[in-house]
Design a protein. Structure first.
Length: 218
């Protein structure tokens, strides 16, 4: 399973990259706003800065909602760097735009996916990635992981090449459960990734090893 980090924070992206386990980055307009990135030029420079840190796919989301503008915006984003993936919302014009980008060899990430039907459409349109938002489904008492299972089954039935990018991952158990189901990618916060490191028996075991070593090497 590929690990993407879901942030526009350069320090966190660097930290995950330094760990040697990072395969890519996802951003969205809310994450960019959280870092105070505004204005076309700053946004473009920020995407370039992210691409300089990570050797992997970087999702950059269009903010247009009509077909023509999405194409214009997406093509400009794709021109920024070879690793840019154009992130397009699951709306009617978005599906058409994904088909256009796919035919042109531009990678896409179909975002804001909350149902198996939407995921099926994204795959039919040729999306590189589909992003089901599991955390936001959990937030409204709907099982987000069940959606990942459903999409896995459907894509495997027909050998769709679209990669399932489990998004809106909120914690470490989400990461493990996505891996059990067979999501191709997960994107989550740095805390969810670092949580995988933790086990109290690792900490107490290491403490004992170091103490025993120190006793005979004083
Ligand atoms: C997906 O690519 C989105 O950026 C993201 O995962 C949304 O997560 P949230 O529901 O925690 O905002």
């Amino acid at each position: 399973m590929k690990f993407f980090i879901d942030t526009a924070n350069l320090d966190q992206i660097r930290e995950a990259q330094d760990l040697g386990i990072l395969d890519g980055v996802t951003t969205n307009p809310s994450l960019m706003a959280k870092e105070g990135i505004s204005g076309d030029e700053n946004v473009i420079n920020h995407y370039k800065a992210i691409c300089d840190i990570v050797d992997g796919d970087v999702s950059a989301e269009v903010i247009s909602t009509d077909y023509e503008s999405m194409i214009k915006e997406g093509e400009a984003l794709a021109d920024l760097h070879e690793n840019i993936v154009v992130k397009v919302p699951m709306i009617k014009d978005g599906v058409k735009a994904i088909r256009y980008f796919s035919d042109k060899g531009i990678k896409t990430n179909c975002t804001l996916v909350f149902s198996a039907g939407q995921a099926l459409l994204a795959a039919k349109a040729g999306a590189t990635y589909v992003s089901p938002f599991i955390g936001r489904l959990d937030d409204i008492s709907t099982n987000g992981l069940q959606l990942i299972e459903q999409i896995r089954l459907i894509y495997d039935n027909y050998d769709f090449r679209t990669e399932i990018l489990a998004a809106s991952v909120r914690h470490t158990m989400h990461v493990i459960e996505c891996a059990e189901i067979g999501a191709d990618v997960m994107t989550g916060p740095l805390s969810a990734i670092l949580g995988l490191l933790k086990h109290p028996l690792t900490d107490s075991g290491l403490e004992k090893f170091l103490a025993d070593h120190a006793k005979v090497n004083a």
